[in-house]
Design a protein around this ligand. Structure first.
Ligand SMILES: NC(=O)c1ccc[n+]([C@@H]2O[C@H](COP(=O)([O-])OP(=O)(O)OC[C@H]3O[C@@H](n4cnc5c(N)ncnc54)[C@H](OP(=O)(O)O)[C@@H]3O)[C@@H](O)[C@H]2O)c1
Length: 263
């Protein structure tokens, strides 16, 4: 009983309809399912794994990346008009979601140096996922209006985590972009920052950002998405480390996948 009360203190007491419960359950099932597919070798086809499936329909990575992030960015921007007001917490959430997807579009346009292609089916799946997440964050938070605040207020800690996540993610994207000079399209072992300890530090910071979103909002849907993203990116980082080990004989085995010294 004590534990239930403690856990309840971290979230709004939402009266979810059967459909809203289904959306939360399906989102969790779907993201964990994608994680299992990554571990079993059935990858979403972008970046290093863009050639891993049977799909022949592919678009340049830059176009694919813009295609997956832009609808979610629109959802973030539109939230300011569709749901004006709503207090400081809602304003923080709408801003955090919009800034996150704007940052990703800007990185795609001006920072990343891509070498390949994006599978069209994967692009459609990921664009729909991001849009659902962004729109869902806003929708579910809007539903909490009028409810008592959770007894443990995590919103400022959430903003801090989001900022740490955004900047750490950006920094490691910057290090990756420095690996490719003079239009070189090959792959090298990344170094610097947390790359000396894990091969996917940018994923670790992405998870931090999503945990930050969930702490800002404190709704079931945002918690479900944070856990789902953590599962998916853990699996993708595991597959990525395997990929590096298969391509580079000198890959340092002390460099883990996602969590320094642990995994
Ligand atoms: N929220 C989620 O569920 C989720 C899921 C996946 C990704 N993401 C976000 O998307 C970001 C990028 O993900 P990603 O999977 O595309 O990352 P990634 O595979 O590491 O690629 C990022 C960029 O770095 C380049 N790159 C990667 N490894 C390289 C190497 N060894 N040498 C030279 N260049 C290299 C890639 O080029 P190529 O394209 O040519 O490989 C690409 O331009 C993540 O940090 C995260 O923010 C979020």
């Amino acid at each position: 009983m004590m534990i239930t009360e403690m856990v309840e203190g971290f979230a709004y007491k939402e009266a979810l309809s059967i459909y809203e419960k289904l959306i939360c359950g399906a989102t969790c099932f779907y993201l964990v399912g994608l994680a299992f597919l990554e571990v079993s070798g059935k990858h979403l086809q972008y970046s290093k794994f863009s050639n891993s499936g049977a799909s022949k329909s592919r678009i340049p990575s830059k176009i694919g990346m813009l295609f997956i992030y832009t609808p979610a960015l629109f959802a973030g921007v539109a939230s300011f008009w569709v749901f004006p007001g709503g207090g400081i917490r809602f304003l923080m959430l709408k801003s955090a979601v919009t800034i996150h997807f704007l940052k990703r579009d800007l990185e795609v346009l001006f920072l990343h140096k891509f070498s390949g292609f994006f599978g069209v089916e994967s692009a459609v799946i990921i664009a729909a996922t991001y849009f659902t997440a962004a729109a869902g964050f806003v929708y579910f938070h809007h539903q909490t209006e009028g409810l008592p605040e959770p007894s443990v207020d995590l919103k400022y800690f959430g903003v801090l985590l989001s900022l740490i996540g955004l900047s750490g993610n950006f920094y490691h994207h910057y290090l990756l972009s420095k690996l490719r000079k003079n239009n070189n399209k090959g792959y090298d072992i990344p170094r610097g920052g947390l790359f000396n300890l894990v091969i996917c530090p940018h994923y670790l910071f992405e998870i931090t950002t999503f945990v930050g979103f969930s702490f800002i909002s404190q709704t079931i849907f945002t918690y479900v998405c944070a856990v789902g993203v953590a599962f998916y990116l853990s699996a993708r980082s595991y597959a990525t480390r395997k990929w590096y080990i298969s391509k580079f004989e000198n890959f340092p085995t002390n460099v883990k996948a996602l969590i320094p010294y642990v995994f």
